[in-house]
Design a protein around this ligand. Structure first.
Ligand SMILES: Nc1nc2c(ncn2[C@@H]2O[C@H](COP(=O)(O)OP(=O)(O)OP(=O)(O)O)[C@@H](O)[C@H]2O)c(=O)[nH]1
Ligand SMILES: [Mg+2]
Length: 223
């Protein structure tokens, strides 16, 4: 008989608990946090909806720049999903971009409960310079991000390995880094992501000294 796998197939309790704008103070949560980063329109909110087994709890849009705040979703009172604003959205001013960038940076550097960063890239395209910068910055901060290649349904099955190789090469992904293909349309990859999150347990990813140093230097948690 096959061993029973406890991959989540439902989430009962979901609450958008905190919404942080540029001037808000970030919450000091007790539960582990899992953040989703990536360029605008890549599918962060759609992935979060899929992981919550909800259709549209997290706001999504075909217009880039939908998520303009840092949104903390409490999941089963066990953990938080943190939906970040996308980068690379051209239609906002340089000034606003810089403010969003600072807000995201302050969160990623300052959160004490952040266990894992998922960096999303579109499976159809070679990673952009912004994607590469984001990956490098995350690694520099001492994290080992998981890369999610989104919109898997938009390519043929035969193209999948080639596109994943393109992403590995384009981002110069470190050996051993997890890369998961995902589709919000048909939910391919969802089980693998939940299995991964639950597999981290309560300890999650232990960050190295660099992270602790930067958390200490981040000081004030206000955004
Ligand atoms: N076909 C397909 N469309 C997707 C997938 N994921 C997201 N989309 C679509 O892509 C668009 C953007 O998705 P969002 O989830 O809002 O993207 P986001 O990364 O949260 O965007 P911002 O909030 O602007 O940063 C929407 O029209 C989604 O329906 C996917 O896996 N497959
Ligand atoms: Mg969004």
């Amino acid at each position: 008989m096959e061993e029973e796998k406890k991959i989540r197939q439902n989430v009962n309790y979901v609450e958008l608990e905190t919404v942080c704008g540029i001037t808000s103070t970030l919450p000091q949560n007790e539960l582990p946090e899992f953040a989703f980063a990536g360029k605008s329109n890549v599918g962060k909110s759609s992935l979060i909806n899929a992981l919550m087994f909800r259709k549209s709890y997290a706001r999504t849009s075909s217009q880039p720049g939908k998520t303009q705040t840092i949104n903390f979703y409490n999941i089963e009172r066990e953990l938080y999903f943190v939906d970040l604003p996308g980068y690379g959205y051209a239609k906002v001013s340089q000034e606003l971009k810089a403010k969003w960038g600072k807000m995201i940076e302050r969160y990623l550097r300052g959160s004490k409960q952040l266990k894992k960063i998922f960096l999303l890239v579109d499976i159809r395209h070679e990673p952009s310079e912004n994607d590469r910068d984001m990956y490098e910055w995350i690694v520099y901060q001492g994290f080992e991000p998981v890369i999610i290649a989104t919109k898997l349904d938009k390519i043929n099955r035969s193209q999948k390995e080639r596109q994943l190789a393109l992403i590995r090469k384009g981002l110069k992904i470190r050996p051993g880094t997890r890369l998961i293909a995902f589709s919000a349309l048909n939910k391919q990859g969802r089980d693998e992501i939940w299995e991964y999150i639950d597999g981290l347990g309560n300890t999650g990813q232990k960050e190295d000294d660099k992270k602790e140093e930067s958390a200490a230097s981040a000081g004030d948690m206000g955004c």
